[in-house]
Design a binder for this molecule. Sequence first.
Ligand code: ADP
Length: 261
Amino acid sequence: LKKVDHLPTQKDELADLSRSFNHMIELLQQNAEQQQQFVSDASHELKTPLTVIESYTNMLKRWGKDDQAMIDEAVEAILSESQRMKGLTEQMLLLANGETPTHEKQLIRLNRLVSETAERMSVASGRTIYVKDSNGPLYVTGSEPLLKQLLFILLDNGIKYSDKSLTLELRSSGSDNCSIAVIDQGIGIKAADQEDIFKRFYRVDKARSRDTGGSGLGLAIAQKIIAEHNGSLSLSSTEGVGSSFIVTLPTAKKEETDETN
Ligand code: ADP
Protein backbone atom coordinates (compact mmCIF):
# COMPACT_ATOMS: atom_id res chain seq x y z
CA LEU A 1 0.00 0.00 0.00
CA LYS A 2 2.78 2.36 0.93
CA LYS A 3 4.36 1.97 -2.49
CA VAL A 4 1.11 2.86 -4.25
CA ASP A 5 0.81 5.94 -2.03
CA HIS A 6 4.21 7.22 -3.01
CA LEU A 7 4.03 6.50 -6.69
CA PRO A 8 1.82 9.37 -7.83
CA THR A 9 3.89 11.90 -5.85
CA GLN A 10 7.11 10.70 -7.39
CA LYS A 11 5.52 10.87 -10.81
CA ASP A 12 4.41 14.45 -10.14
CA GLU A 13 7.84 15.39 -8.96
CA LEU A 14 9.37 13.84 -12.05
CA ALA A 15 6.93 15.69 -14.29
CA ASP A 16 7.74 18.97 -12.48
CA LEU A 17 11.43 18.35 -12.83
CA SER A 18 11.12 17.53 -16.48
CA ARG A 19 9.05 20.68 -17.08
CA SER A 20 11.54 22.96 -15.37
CA PHE A 21 14.41 21.19 -17.15
CA ASN A 22 12.73 21.77 -20.53
CA HIS A 23 12.10 25.39 -19.61
CA MET A 24 15.78 25.81 -18.69
CA ILE A 25 16.88 24.32 -22.02
CA GLU A 26 14.52 26.68 -23.86
CA LEU A 27 15.97 29.68 -22.01
CA LEU A 28 19.52 28.56 -22.76
CA GLN A 29 18.66 28.10 -26.43
CA GLN A 30 17.07 31.55 -26.57
CA ASN A 31 20.14 33.03 -24.93
CA ALA A 32 22.47 31.30 -27.38
CA GLU A 33 20.38 32.55 -30.32
CA GLN A 34 20.41 36.11 -28.98
CA GLN A 35 24.18 35.95 -28.54
CA GLN A 36 24.62 34.64 -32.08
CA GLN A 37 22.43 37.45 -33.38
CA PHE A 38 24.45 40.01 -31.40
CA VAL A 39 27.76 38.71 -32.78
CA SER A 40 26.41 38.68 -36.31
CA ASP A 41 24.93 42.21 -36.04
CA ALA A 42 28.07 43.52 -34.36
CA SER A 43 30.34 42.06 -37.05
CA HIS A 44 28.16 43.60 -39.72
CA GLU A 45 28.26 47.02 -38.05
CA LEU A 46 32.05 46.90 -37.67
CA LYS A 47 32.58 45.68 -41.21
CA THR A 48 31.11 48.81 -42.79
CA PRO A 49 33.59 51.33 -41.31
CA LEU A 50 36.41 48.83 -41.84
CA THR A 51 35.55 48.58 -45.54
CA VAL A 52 35.63 52.37 -45.85
CA ILE A 53 39.01 52.51 -44.07
CA GLU A 54 40.40 49.77 -46.30
CA SER A 55 39.19 51.47 -49.51
CA TYR A 56 40.67 54.84 -48.57
CA THR A 57 43.96 53.25 -47.53
CA ASN A 58 44.15 51.41 -50.87
CA MET A 59 43.34 54.62 -52.70
CA LEU A 60 46.14 56.45 -50.86
CA LYS A 61 48.58 53.62 -51.54
CA ARG A 62 47.90 53.56 -55.26
CA TRP A 63 47.32 57.16 -56.28
CA GLY A 64 47.28 59.49 -53.36
CA LYS A 65 50.92 59.96 -52.37
CA ASP A 66 51.36 63.26 -54.21
CA ASP A 67 47.77 64.40 -54.30
CA GLN A 68 47.19 66.65 -51.29
CA ALA A 69 43.41 66.85 -51.79
CA MET A 70 43.16 63.08 -51.91
CA ILE A 71 45.35 62.72 -48.82
CA ASP A 72 43.16 65.19 -46.90
CA GLU A 73 39.96 63.44 -47.92
CA ALA A 74 41.31 59.99 -47.06
CA VAL A 75 42.73 61.04 -43.69
CA GLU A 76 39.44 62.71 -42.78
CA ALA A 77 37.42 59.61 -43.75
CA ILE A 78 39.77 57.18 -42.02
CA LEU A 79 39.75 59.26 -38.84
CA SER A 80 35.98 59.59 -38.72
CA GLU A 81 35.37 55.90 -39.47
CA SER A 82 37.91 54.84 -36.80
CA GLN A 83 36.17 57.10 -34.30
CA ARG A 84 32.87 55.51 -35.24
CA MET A 85 34.37 52.05 -34.70
CA LYS A 86 35.80 53.09 -31.36
CA GLY A 87 32.42 54.39 -30.22
CA LEU A 88 30.74 51.21 -31.40
CA THR A 89 33.17 48.92 -29.60
CA GLU A 90 32.78 50.94 -26.40
CA GLN A 91 28.98 50.63 -26.64
CA MET A 92 29.21 46.92 -27.36
CA LEU A 93 31.49 46.37 -24.37
CA LEU A 94 29.00 48.17 -22.18
CA LEU A 95 26.20 45.93 -23.39
CA ALA A 96 28.21 42.72 -23.31
CA ASN A 97 29.53 43.13 -19.77
CA GLY A 98 27.21 42.05 -17.01
CA GLU A 99 28.28 45.03 -14.96
CA THR A 100 28.73 48.53 -16.28
CA PRO A 101 32.13 50.01 -15.43
CA THR A 102 31.12 53.08 -13.42
CA HIS A 103 28.70 51.32 -11.19
CA GLU A 104 29.30 53.02 -7.86
CA LYS A 105 26.04 54.40 -6.52
CA GLN A 106 25.61 57.64 -4.63
CA LEU A 107 22.88 60.06 -3.69
CA ILE A 108 22.21 62.37 -6.63
CA ARG A 109 20.18 65.54 -6.78
CA LEU A 110 18.30 64.95 -10.02
CA ASN A 111 17.49 68.65 -10.56
CA ARG A 112 21.19 69.46 -10.85
CA LEU A 113 22.01 66.47 -13.04
CA VAL A 114 19.19 67.33 -15.44
CA SER A 115 20.05 71.03 -15.76
CA GLU A 116 23.79 70.36 -16.14
CA THR A 117 23.27 67.75 -18.85
CA ALA A 118 20.77 69.97 -20.71
CA GLU A 119 23.26 72.86 -20.63
CA ARG A 120 26.12 70.70 -21.95
CA MET A 121 24.09 69.11 -24.72
CA SER A 122 22.69 72.47 -25.73
CA VAL A 123 26.16 73.99 -26.05
CA ALA A 124 27.46 70.94 -27.94
CA SER A 125 24.55 70.79 -30.39
CA GLY A 126 23.56 74.44 -30.71
CA ARG A 127 19.96 73.36 -30.02
CA THR A 128 17.70 74.99 -27.44
CA ILE A 129 16.83 72.64 -24.60
CA TYR A 130 14.17 73.89 -22.19
CA VAL A 131 14.25 72.52 -18.65
CA LYS A 132 10.90 72.34 -16.85
CA ASP A 133 11.38 71.76 -13.16
CA SER A 134 8.70 73.04 -10.86
CA ASN A 135 9.36 70.47 -8.12
CA GLY A 136 11.39 70.85 -5.03
CA PRO A 137 14.66 68.94 -4.80
CA LEU A 138 14.40 65.38 -6.13
CA TYR A 139 16.94 62.76 -5.13
CA VAL A 140 17.75 59.34 -6.55
CA THR A 141 20.38 56.79 -5.61
CA GLY A 142 22.47 55.92 -8.62
CA SER A 143 25.58 56.24 -10.67
CA GLU A 144 26.05 59.82 -11.85
CA PRO A 145 28.07 58.98 -14.99
CA LEU A 146 25.56 56.32 -16.02
CA LEU A 147 22.54 58.57 -15.49
CA LYS A 148 24.29 61.33 -17.45
CA GLN A 149 24.95 58.87 -20.23
CA LEU A 150 21.29 57.88 -20.19
CA LEU A 151 20.15 61.50 -20.60
CA PHE A 152 22.82 62.03 -23.21
CA ILE A 153 21.51 59.10 -25.29
CA LEU A 154 17.89 60.29 -25.13
CA LEU A 155 18.75 63.95 -25.82
CA ASP A 156 21.13 62.97 -28.59
CA ASN A 157 18.31 61.01 -30.26
CA GLY A 158 15.95 63.95 -29.82
CA ILE A 159 18.53 66.16 -31.54
CA LYS A 160 19.21 63.62 -34.32
CA TYR A 161 15.57 62.98 -35.16
CA SER A 162 14.24 66.54 -34.94
CA ASP A 163 15.31 70.03 -35.91
CA LYS A 164 13.45 72.02 -33.28
CA SER A 165 13.97 72.77 -29.62
CA LEU A 166 13.69 70.01 -27.00
CA THR A 167 12.25 69.91 -23.51
CA LEU A 168 13.51 68.07 -20.47
CA GLU A 169 10.81 67.83 -17.84
CA LEU A 170 11.40 66.68 -14.32
CA ARG A 171 8.33 65.42 -12.46
CA SER A 172 7.72 63.88 -9.12
CA SER A 173 5.18 61.08 -9.26
CA GLY A 174 3.98 60.27 -5.78
CA SER A 175 6.41 59.85 -2.92
CA ASP A 176 8.08 56.76 -4.42
CA ASN A 177 8.98 57.75 -7.95
CA CYS A 178 10.18 60.62 -10.06
CA SER A 179 10.47 60.89 -13.81
CA ILE A 180 12.41 62.71 -16.47
CA ALA A 181 10.69 63.22 -19.80
CA VAL A 182 12.78 63.93 -22.89
CA ILE A 183 10.40 65.57 -25.34
CA ASP A 184 11.11 66.36 -28.98
CA GLN A 185 9.06 67.75 -31.85
CA GLY A 186 10.70 65.56 -34.45
CA ILE A 187 9.88 62.86 -36.98
CA GLY A 188 8.20 60.61 -34.36
CA ILE A 189 8.03 56.81 -34.40
CA LYS A 190 5.15 54.88 -35.91
CA ALA A 191 3.33 52.44 -33.62
CA ALA A 192 4.67 49.36 -35.46
CA ASP A 193 8.28 50.35 -34.63
CA GLN A 194 7.77 51.48 -31.05
CA GLU A 195 8.62 48.13 -29.51
CA ASP A 196 11.45 47.22 -31.87
CA ILE A 197 13.51 50.39 -31.44
CA PHE A 198 14.66 49.13 -28.02
CA LYS A 199 16.27 46.04 -29.58
CA ARG A 200 19.99 46.05 -30.16
CA PHE A 201 20.99 47.40 -33.60
CA TYR A 202 17.39 48.12 -34.61
CA ARG A 203 16.96 51.34 -36.54
CA VAL A 204 13.83 52.56 -38.27
CA ASP A 205 15.77 54.25 -41.04
CA LYS A 206 19.23 52.73 -41.33
CA ALA A 207 20.52 55.30 -43.82
CA ARG A 208 19.40 58.32 -41.79
CA SER A 209 20.62 56.83 -38.54
CA ARG A 210 24.04 56.01 -40.01
CA ASP A 211 24.34 59.53 -41.46
CA THR A 212 23.74 60.99 -38.03
CA GLY A 213 26.28 58.61 -36.48
CA GLY A 214 23.69 56.22 -35.00
CA SER A 215 24.45 52.60 -34.21
CA GLY A 216 21.10 51.28 -33.07
CA LEU A 217 22.61 50.55 -29.65
CA GLY A 218 21.68 53.75 -27.82
CA LEU A 219 18.26 52.73 -26.56
CA ALA A 220 19.43 49.22 -25.62
CA ILE A 221 22.12 50.86 -23.46
CA ALA A 222 19.58 53.32 -22.06
CA GLN A 223 17.37 50.43 -21.00
CA LYS A 224 20.28 48.62 -19.39
CA ILE A 225 21.17 51.72 -17.36
CA ILE A 226 17.55 52.17 -16.29
CA ALA A 227 17.27 48.51 -15.27
CA GLU A 228 20.40 48.92 -13.13
CA HIS A 229 18.59 51.73 -11.32
CA ASN A 230 15.37 49.72 -10.88
CA GLY A 231 13.54 52.18 -13.10
CA SER A 232 11.44 51.94 -16.22
CA LEU A 233 11.25 53.61 -19.63
CA SER A 234 8.10 54.46 -21.51
CA LEU A 235 7.53 56.04 -24.88
CA SER A 236 4.71 58.00 -26.39
CA SER A 237 5.20 59.10 -29.96
CA THR A 238 3.24 60.25 -33.00
CA GLU A 239 4.71 60.17 -36.48
CA GLY A 240 5.38 63.66 -37.77
CA VAL A 241 4.62 65.25 -34.39
CA GLY A 242 7.31 64.08 -31.99
CA SER A 243 8.30 61.70 -29.21
CA SER A 244 8.49 61.68 -25.43
CA PHE A 245 10.77 59.20 -23.73
CA ILE A 246 9.93 59.04 -20.04
CA VAL A 247 12.38 57.61 -17.53
CA THR A 248 10.89 56.74 -14.16
CA LEU A 249 13.24 56.16 -11.23
CA PRO A 250 12.64 55.31 -7.58
CA THR A 251 13.07 58.38 -5.39
CA ALA A 252 15.73 58.06 -2.70
CA LYS A 253 14.28 57.45 0.78
CA LYS A 254 13.91 60.46 3.05
CA GLU A 255 16.48 59.19 5.59
CA GLU A 256 19.10 58.92 2.83
CA THR A 257 18.54 62.50 1.67
CA ASP A 258 18.61 63.78 5.29
CA GLU A 259 22.10 62.37 5.73
CA THR A 260 23.54 64.75 3.15
CA ASN A 261 21.54 67.85 4.09
P1 ADP B 1 20.55 55.12 -33.00
O1 ADP B 1 21.98 55.13 -32.66
O2 ADP B 1 20.28 54.59 -34.38
O3 ADP B 1 19.85 56.41 -32.74
P2 ADP B 1 18.97 54.02 -30.83
O4 ADP B 1 18.99 52.67 -30.23
O5 ADP B 1 19.25 55.17 -29.94
O6 ADP B 1 19.97 53.98 -32.04
O7 ADP B 1 17.57 54.23 -31.52
C1 ADP B 1 17.04 53.22 -32.37
C2 ADP B 1 16.15 53.83 -33.43
O8 ADP B 1 14.98 54.38 -32.83
C3 ADP B 1 16.78 54.98 -34.20
O9 ADP B 1 17.57 54.53 -35.28
C4 ADP B 1 15.54 55.74 -34.68
O10 ADP B 1 15.03 55.10 -35.84
C5 ADP B 1 14.56 55.53 -33.55
N1 ADP B 1 14.54 56.67 -32.60
C6 ADP B 1 15.16 56.74 -31.40
N2 ADP B 1 14.90 57.92 -30.79
C7 ADP B 1 14.09 58.61 -31.63
C8 ADP B 1 13.45 59.89 -31.57
N3 ADP B 1 13.61 60.71 -30.52
N4 ADP B 1 12.66 60.25 -32.63
C9 ADP B 1 12.48 59.43 -33.67
N5 ADP B 1 13.05 58.21 -33.80
C10 ADP B 1 13.84 57.80 -32.78
